[in-house]
Design a protein around this ligand. Structure first.
Ligand SMILES: Cc1cc2nc3c(=O)[nH]c(=O)nc-3n(C[C@H](O)[C@H](O)[C@H](O)COP(=O)(O)O)c2cc1C
Ligand code: SF4
Length: 778
């Protein structure tokens, strides 16, 4: 008999029988083992699989990724390293800190606390008392700043220059618990006798020149600003030493900090306006503190930064009102190359936001419909006058213009910068009382119907006899030019020498010179634009080229209305203005007739720009005839200015075309004689020798033997409000007080509040030559 298989022995028989037998014997444990393996595998896969998005479900259902709080480590500043003591010669490391981007979005903002140190000096204790009160006020302001910025503003510390070791604060920055960012303020009276301030200034000077100490050893400071006290009774002007030591400290601190000037130097008269000035300055400083705490940079544009602006481009370019300059092409406030489209793109973004170029807001207008209530639609879509990708746009932005909308421009003129720095205002301050630092230079039409030989724009400017472009609405232009003007003013806040008081005043535009380039009355809504200016009590000086009689006739109130008189006869005008209109001379004459009619409604002015070899020689009599025709209130005579650029050379103009001042004087004297010979009562009233500019005025503006060429601007607005644009009022009604003595013919006309400086910023006292020097051959 076969023996039965043993349960604990190996199976016997055929392979298949064996498998079946094994299955029967072990199926339960096999099934259990497989199940266990499967469960383990499932658990493992579940635990390790990545949770991919469920493609079939909309993204909205996915929970937003939670932002992990990131505390960015602040890049170490050079002087945050504690100076290591060594026995060898001391070397203080500073160096220029890479300046934070001006684009607020790009900046990694420090979360360190802010520590403000207020340094002061005082001999007769007045500044000391003011400084103590100031510190108390700062405490309240800092509480608010801590809340608004989210950064802790530590209590400000008051430090008497007498009591501190200068090395501790002015060789490298001091260190404090919590490693705060440091901000310096100075309250400094000036003394022309020896005081601690002299020692301090000497220390700053030595530190700057010490070869062991890196230039800009304090450049990791957050910022600094200086306020000076002086006495205007004893030291009436800055030239005579008013607040001179505050200015000195400001200058040295700029060097030591790598130009971290947060706010312009403020100045107050201890016997007069010091409280008001200090409070303005203080408000400005707090604004900057808030900005720097939030963004890490000192504000728009120039953070007292050493940008191109600081190299004084305006001292090189003697431009004035744009249009009388031979080749004003070199404003280095905007860098970039015409060919460098990317750079231009950056400039565009900074000065011209896209919202200022709406396609919807633009109004298509047939220029011939000017004055009609409704504008006729233009058949095919009109183009933009200055498209963003055009050479004109590139040329204009390169020169520092901001293009607003598609046909308007605004630029800070060099006199605005000059006045902000106490270096003198333009001739319109001497002749009419216009503060250059409160003046906006703009045009609502960059296009013109002439191609004047002295126009800097070469061949790139849009020209035309009729308006054939998209028209932007006046409010868009008005808001755009103001915004860009203020932006540019803020950009020069950190420029050396800018005065806090003037900077404050500059943040309120008081005057608008519609004389930049192009032809302002070409703009179909010029009257609406003017009304917007006047509504905000901004005066208007409008210059036109005497080629658009219809528009000139339709023009409503302006504070002062100019026509450019570039030649005295048809031939000469053709050569110099190169007009597009075939009937240019008839148009010109018609405009003079219109001006004659308007002379009791507008302050009318002929502007003569003298270009030697073109429109000066033998033409005085011809000009007298033109004056007889239009009987303007004033005749402004100005020598053309030269900047020496390729465009000017292309136009065939050289320095030889720029008249000497005595030549302008000769011409004006000859013109006056011819006017008198015709029985016309005009006299030479005022001058601004610096700009080669002389003013002849009608006797209407001579009261009891005194010239009254200045304007009472407040009265102008009052008349406008009370009587309306079409009301019965005349230029005499807003005639200002007598022309100041210093501005009268024979006295030079330089603003006595300011210092004249040469191109390198050195003070000068140039002799004015009004008569032909003897050695000059005829
Ligand atoms: C001897 C003397 C010299 C002065 N020199 C100048 C000066 O050169 N420029 C200036 O603007 N003020 C000058 N001042 C005016 C002081 O700066 C002014 O009185 C200031 O308020 C004094 O401040 P304190 O009381 O804090 O010392 C001078 C005053 C004195 C008494
Ligand atoms: S009037 Fe205004 S724009 Fe013209 S030069 Fe003077 S400050 Fe400049």
């Amino acid at each position: 008999m076969d023996s039965l298989p043993q349960h604990n022995g190996p199976p016997s028989g055929t392979g298949i029988d064996n498998i079946v037998e094994i299955w029967h014997l072990y199926r339960s444990p096999i099934i259990l083992a497989v199940l266990a393996v499967l469960i383990c595998a499932r658990v493992y896969i579940h635990a390790t699989e990545s949770k991919g998005e469920l493609v079939a479900l909309p993204r909205a259902y996915a929970a937003p990724p939670e932002a992990a709080p990131v505390t960015e480590p602040k890049p170490a500043r050079p002087d945050e390293k504690k100076p290591t003591k060594s026995n060898g010669p001391r070397r203080i490391k500073g160096g220029m800190v890479k300046r934070p981007s001006q684009n607020d979005d790009d900046v990694t903002v420090s979360d360190k606390p802010v520590k403000t140190l207020v340094f002061y000096s005082s001999v007769t204790t007045k500044t000391h008392k003011i400084a103590e009160a100031y510190i108390e006020k700062l405490a309240t302001s800092f509480e608010a700043l801590t809340k608004s910025t989210g950064r802790q503003f530590l209590q400000a510390e008051l430090l008497n220059l007498e009591d501190i070791e200068f090395d501790d604060y002015f060789v490298s920055l001091p260190s404090f618990d919590g490693e705060p960012d440091v901000f310096y303020l100075f309250l400094i009276p000036s003394y022309n006798i020896d005081t601690i301030t002299d020692t301090f200034l000497q220390h700053l000077d030595e530190t700057h020149h010490d070869f062991r100490i890196d230039t800009g050893s304090l450049s990791s400071i957050l910022g600094y600003s200086v306020f000076g006290f002086g006495d205007s009774e004893g030291w009436p002007t800055e030239k005579e030493g008013f607040c001179f030591q505050a200015k000195e400290i400001d200058k040295w601190m700029a060097k030591l900090t790598g130009r971290r000037r947060a706010y312009p130097v403020g100045m107050g008269d201890m016997k007069g306006d010091h409280a008001a000035r200090l409070s303005e300055w203080s408000a400005g400083v707090l604004d900057v503190l808030e900005h720097v705490a939030k963004t890490g940079n000192l504000g728009e544009g120039l953070p007292g930064s050493g940008d191109a602006e600081e190299s004084d481009p305006e001292d090189v370019a003697e431009d004035d009102d744009g249009e009388v300059v031979i080749g004003d092409e070199g404003d280095s406030t905007q860098t970039g190359d015409l060919g460098d489209v990317e750079d231009l793109g950056k400039l565009v973004r900074s000065s011209d936001s896209d919202k200022s170029r709406p396609s919807k807001g633009a109004i298509p207008v047939d220029f011939t419909s000017y004055g009609a209530k409704k504008s006729k639609p233009v058949p095919a879509g009109p183009k933009e006058m200055v498209a963003k990708n055009s050479p004109t746009y590139a040329a204009l932005t390169k020169q520092g213009y901001a293009i607003v909308g598609s046909h308007s421009g605004v630029k800070i003129c060099r006199w605005t910068k000059s006045a902000l720095r106490g270096r003198g205002s333009c001739y319109k301050y001497s002749l009419y009382g216009i503060n250059s630092h409160q003046c906006m230079e703009t045009t609502p039409s960059l296009s013109c119907s002439n191609k004047c030989v002295f126009c800097w724009r070469g061949g790139t400017n849009p020209v035309g006899t009729t308006w054939r472009w998209v028209v932007d609405p006046p409010d868009l232009i008005f808001n755009g030019v103001k915004e860009n003007h203020y932006k540019k003013i803020r950009m020069i806040r950190g420029m050396p020498g800018v005065r806090a008081e003037r900077y404050n005043e500059a943040l309120r535009i008081r005057h608008c010179a519609l004389s930049l380039v192009g032809e302002p009355i070409f703009y179909p809504y010029i009257n609406q634009f003017l009304a917007m200016l006047h509504n905000e009590r901004i005066s208007s000086f409008l210059v036109c080229n005497a080629q658009h009689p219809e528009q000139l006739a339709a023009l409503k109130a302006v504070t002062q209305l100019y026509v450019s008189i570039d030649a005295s006869n048809k031939d000469s005008l053709r050569k110099i203005d190169r007009p597009l209109h075939r009937d240019f001379w008839e148009r010109f004459m018609q405009c003079l007739d219109i001006l004659r009619e308007k002379r009791f409604r507008h302050r009318t002015v002929y502007r003569l720009t003298l270009v030697k070899g073109f429109n000066v020689e033998e033409e005085a009599e011809g000009y007298a005839k033109l004056v007889e025709r239009g009987l303007p209130c004033f005749v402004e005579v100005k020598g053309v200015t030269y900047c020496g650029t390729p465009t000017s050379s292309n136009a065939g103009l050289t320095m030889g075309n720029v008249p000497w001042y005595w030549e302008v004087c000769d011409f004006v004297r000859a013109l006056e004689k011819h006017l008198k010979a015709r029985g016309l009562n005009y006299g030479i009233a005022a001058e601004h020798a610096h700009s080669c500019c002389i003013l002849l005025a009608s006797d209407r503006f001579n009261v009891n033997g005194k010239w009254h060429t200045h304007i009472d601007y407040e009265k102008f607005f009052q008349l406008l409000e009370e009587k309306g644009v079409d009301g019965d009022w005349a230029p005499e009604d807003y005639m200002g007080p007598p022309t100041p003595e210093w501005a009268l013919w024979g006295n030079g006309g330089f603003d006595p509040r300011d210092d004249r400086v040469d191109r390198k910023g050195r003070k000068i006292d140039r002799v004015i030559v009004r008569d032909r020097p003897e050695e000059v051959e005829v």
